[in-house]
Design a protein around this ligand. Structure first.
Ligand SMILES: *Cc1c(COP(=O)(O)O)cnc(C)c1O
Length: 404
């Protein structure tokens, strides 16, 4: 059933399950996978009304489709749960596609973009390789230092956007969304936040006043590792319907109905999944903190993490991502990866199973050691996405894998 506007739900899961759903014309319980490139018109006049925007309706699936619309509206509802305004989301084929649309719809030659040094690798490369050739200059500083952020904004009036990602790879650093958004407003910069690691259940950047939110829906939102997807959301509805929609349609980074279907159904269990992920993560962090083979645990739920207070201020629970530094360096990292019996050796995050990756021998093997270490990717760093298996089984596997 379509959600009744006169029945305001009080819990996040009710929204995650019901929001965005429209009654199917054929009374299918779930929104079908609309596998159709185009939509037909009753007559030429209707075609004209659809194209001119006088009449709402689908035209071409790069522009939108009912299965994709359900995912867009569900995520928009979750990102604004408890807030008194609405946002509009545009579903994309990947997180990178959503980020590309965001940047190309908002920035132009001569603009500058301010960001933190700990960012998703793909985002970092867009900032450093693609934007400069378009005349857009990235400025990367430690945004946990608010006075440095303000000095940088003061010295660079061309900063058009502050781009945040919190928590971020691989040291789970967090930046203060509220304080940085206030600075953005003071200096006339838009603020965007990548909310992938947290999901709207744990953190709602719009609550702190940001203009845009992006996600890789590939991760916890889908939750089952079955799709690649992304979304770009904005609170200026007019901007989203015009400029953002235009750029999205022209760049062609649209999603598809099959991925949207998997995403919609994955998201219904977001709250229960995240509660379990986070509970398990806290147990794993406590177990590894002080383990004889482990030099350091980077988890924002531990009071020893430098951004513990920032995380507790803006997140419901500390999340399910962490990294550890092994005392034995590169060799220990490789040995641990090879000894895993239950947890999965792979990149990415946010699936039911616990995922481990060793950046120095895998994702960042091609990056020179000094450069890697600047971003906290040391030889013995293991990144973990804690899954929903039985906690004793996760702990036993990690413990046996750490015995060198
Ligand atoms: C994975 C990821 C992305 C990129 O998303 P894709 O779906 O792989 O294109 C962007 N930001 C963060 C934080 C991510 O984890």
């Amino acid at each position: 059933m379509t959600m009744d506007k006169n029945f305001p739900v009080t819990g996040f899961s009710s929204l995650a399950i019901h929001a965005g759903h429209e009654q199917d014309p054929n009374y299918a319980h779930l929104t079908p996978i609309y596998a159709s490139s185009t939509y037909v018109f009753d007559d030429a006049e209707q075609g004209m009304r659809r194209f001119s925007g006088q009449e709402e309706g689908y035209i071409y699936s790069r522009w939108g489709n009912p299965t994709m619309a359900e995912a867009e509206n569900k995520i928009a509802a979750m990102e604004t749960f408890g807030l008194d305004f609405e946002v509009k989301g545009i579903l994309h084929s990947s997180g990178m596609a959503a980020i590309s649309t965001l940047l190309l719809a908002t920035l132009k030659s001569g603009d500058k973009i301010l960001s933190h040094f700990s960012l998703y690798g793909g985002t970092q490369e867009i900032l450093n390789r693609i934007l400069p050739s378009l005349g857009i200059e990235p400025i990367i500083v430690d945004l946990r230092d608010l006075s440095l952020a303000e000095e940088t904004l003061k010295a660079n009036p061309g900063i058009r956007m502050i781009y945040l990602e919190t928590p971020a790879n691989p040291t789970i650093q967090c930046v203060d969304i509220e304080e940085l958004t206030l600075l953005g407003k003071k200096y006339g910069a838009l603020v965007a936040c990548d909310n992938t690691f947290a999901t709207p259940y744990l953190q709602q950047p719009f609550r702190f006043g940001v203009d845009f939110v992006v996600h890789s829906t590939t991760k916890f939102l889908n939750g089952h590792g079955t799709i690649i997807g992304g979304i770009f959301l904005g609170k200026d509805i007019e901007f989203m319907k015009t400029q953002a929609t235009k750029i999205h349609r022209l760049l062609g980074g649209n999603s598809n109905s099959f991925d949207a279907f998997l995403l919609v159904n994955g998201m219904k269990t977001l709250e229960v999944r995240m509660d379990r992920h986070c509970h398990n993560a806290m147990e794993v962090a406590g177990f590894l903190d002080g383990h004889e083979a482990v030099a350091k645990v980077n988890y924002n739920g531990l009071a020893s993490h430098p951004d513990y207070f920032t995380a507790s201020k803006q997140m419901r629970h500390p999340g399910a991502m962490m990294s550890i530094e092994l005392k034995g360096g590169l060799k220990s990292g490789i040995t641990m990866m090879n000894k895993l019996k239950l947890c999965t050796r792979t990149v990415s995050l946010g699936t039911c199973d616990t995922l481990l990756c060793h950046p120095a021998s895998m994702t960042h093997a091609g990056v020179p050691k000094e450069q890697r270490e600047k971003y906290g990717i040391t030889d013995g760093l293991i990144r973990m996405s804690i899954g929903m298996e039985n906690i004793q089984d996760i702990l036993s596997d990690l413990d046996q894998a750490l015995k060198q």
